[in-house]
Ligand binder design. Structure first.
Ligand SMILES: [Zn+2]
Length: 251
């Protein structure tokens, strides 16, 4: 199997994992940059992530339009992905979702969403909140053009996640494994923080030193990370699509 075929299969796995872990439902999407053409990316056609197969993947340019005239219906909010890939050459994979546990932190200004659990460290020390109304006034609150996508990407800046007020979040990382991992743990971190707030008293966040220490030891294809990916893929019913790092062509 070619590297591109295995990347497409990984993208299918990412779709299924995000659905099984309830980060996405009928809505929400994940994309990966083309490894040989950095000005293109792969994403599913307009379809619930749990139903996505390799045949549903489309290739888009950084204008969010299909390469090669693919006429299939596309996600309305694909501009999020195009604008983040455009703004961040370091980013290889993007997720956008509406996970319910993240929503309160985009609405209430009293408590910032920051890492409080060890696996939450991957969301980074700061999670900015983007409010579409700041630049665009009254809209349907969805990102439906490049100007809105670029405004969101600007708010994201060098961070890994931006919350979107009254809507959801967008996350970005160096690989599919990393963006899936941080997108799965983002709502879990939000849930732990919400419950801790209910217990009362001061909130103890992960320190910058703890976040740095966790990131320093992290590799996307380490045995520990692969274990999570393999577990989630099997749980999502697509273990047969896995390409083990050891199976990848050497060289
Ligand atoms: Zn959305």
């Amino acid at each position: 199997m070619s590297n591109l075929d295995s990347l497409i299969q990984d993208l299918v796995i990412a779709n299924r994992i995000l659905a099984r872990e309830e980060v996405v439902d009928a809505y929400g999407h994940v994309s990966v940059r083309h490894p040989d053409h950095p000005d293109r990316f792969f994403i599913a056609r307009s379809l619930a992530p749990d139903l996505v197969g390799p045949e549903d993947i489309v290739e888009l340019g950084l204008d969010a339009q299909p390469v090669g005239g693919d006429g299939r219906q596309l996600y309305l909010e694909r501009f999020i992905h195009a604008a983040i890939f455009e703004a961040r050459p370091d980013v290889m994979a993007v997720v956008h979702a509406h996970a319910e546990d993240t929503l309160p932190f985009g609405i209430a200004s009293a408590t910032q969403l920051r890492p409080v659990i060890h696996a939450g460290s991957f969301i980074g020390p700061e999670v900015p909140v983007w409010d579409i109304a700041d630049s665009f006034g009254d809209t349907n609150v969805l990102v439906t053009n490049m100007a809105q996508g670029r405004d969101l990407a600007k708010c994201l800046g060098p961070n890994s996640v931006a919350l979107m007020r009254g809507h959801g979040f967008s996350s970005a990382a160096r690989s599919l494994i990393e963006v899936v991992r941080l997108s799965v743990y983002l709502p879990r971190n939000a849930r732990a923080l919400m419950r801790a707030k209910q217990l009362g008293g001061d909130i103890k966040y992960l320190s910058q030193g703890e976040i740095d220490a966790r990131n320093a030891g992290y590799r996307p294809y380490s045995p520990e990370t692969w274990r999570t990916w393999e577990y989630w893929a099997n749980k999502a019913g697509c273990g047969h699509l896995l390409t083990r790092p050891d199976d990848a062509p050497k060289g």
